[in-house]
Ligand binder design. Structure first.
Ligand SMILES: [Zn+2]
Length: 326
């Protein structure tokens, strides 16, 4: 199996250029790989960058997933923009939506309903994996709400102790339901409320409980993770302001960026283990590998779906692709 036999990232580059990448050896490919090599130190779980990853940790990751990630990371994942650059296509517009195509567009931004639903499902699955690790971790049993699909689904897949999918009124009593419902963090935890025994009903009660942890998770272009983290940190500025006004004293914002080609950055450990103290190092290790596997498998599945939809478009009697040809 390729994934288990990669001795190093340099070898991965060689395999990529020789076997995987149709335009291997092009300067774009070498430039793209130089970026990944510079990022290797912040991706301890990455099978493509770190040869120390144990085979027992890579269950569920196959050659097809690694090859797809290598194509993306070497800048040659087939898309219309690339095809247009190499004069295989007249247009660089996406085959499925009106926007300009690219590898990042394909994996993250395509407006086709089926592609959008897959991107949302990938995000929800990552949120659930993180919530499940927290629920089973050292702060398990704390009050937790999460916005990652219907309540019954999250209770079945994460924990029966999940309180809801929206913020409760006792948390922000000064706001109308309409305003409160618009504030939807991926996960919100009140560490000092356990097992829903009692809820605060005054600003003083909320100040006594003190702490609220907000977690926001987002997939991004792997090489743009610093920008994504910054964006996620800003996302709930209004919610944090209202929580302060309602009496909560310590509001922690935990932003997490996950790469679309499988990167799980070291910041995630710092955020969950050292900063928010939600997981132990061992608990985080399990989560890190799981997130890496989820991202790689979703990447492969999204690419397959795009190819199927493109094929359907081409074979439609009056489809867009056939109009372009005629
Ligand atoms: Zn598109």
């Amino acid at each position: 199996m390729l994934a288990r036999s990669l001795p190093s990232f340099a070898c991965a580059v060689g395999i990529s250029c020789d076997e995987v990448v149709p335009w291997g050896g092009h300067s774009t490919t070498r430039f793209a790989f130089s970026i990944w090599i510079s990022l290797a130190h912040v991706m301890p779980y990455d099978m493509l960058c770190n040869h120390g990853v144990s085979p027992s940790c890579v269950k569920g990751i196959y050659d097809k997933h690694i090859r797809a990630a290598l194509r993306f990371r070497s800048g040659v994942l087939y898309n219309n923009r690339l095809a247009h650059r190499y004069k295989f296509k007249d247009s660089d517009v996406c085959s499925l939506c009106p926007d300009r195509d690219s590898a990042v567009h394909l994996l993250l931004k395509c407006g086709h309903p089926r592609m959008r639903s897959m991107v949302i499902a990938r995000h929800n699955q990552a949120v659930r994996a993180i919530a499940k690790a927290i629920a089973n971790g050292k702060k398990g049993g704390c009050y937790m709400v999460m916005d990652a699909g219907p309540l019954d689904d999250v209770r079945n897949s994460v924990s029966t102790t999940i309180a809801g999918t929206r913020l409760p009124d006792w948390m922000l009593p000064h706001l109308t339901d309409k305003v409160r419902m618009k504030m939807r963090p991926d996960i919100l935890i009140v560490p000092n409320i356990k097992n829903e025994v009692c809820f605060p009903d005054s600003d003083g009660d909320r100040a006594a409980l003190g702490e609220v942890i907000i977690l926001e998770i987002g997939y991004c272009n792997d090489t743009k993770y610093a920008e994504k983290l910054e964006q996620k940190m800003e996302q709930h500025a209004e919610l944090r302001k209202h929580l302060k006004a309602a009496g909560w004293t310590d509001i922690w914002m935990v932003a997490m960026a996950l790469g679309i080609s499988g990167c799980v950055f070291i910041d995630l450990r710092h955020q969950l283990v050292d900063f928010a103290e939600l997981l132990s190092h061992t608990e985080y290790d399990r989560l890190g590998y799981k997130l890496h596997r989820l991202a790689l498998t979703w990447m492969y599945n999204i690419i397959c779906t795009r190819r199927q939809l493109e094929h359907q478009e081409k074979t439609k009697p009056h489809g867009r692709a056939s109009e372009e040809v005629t």
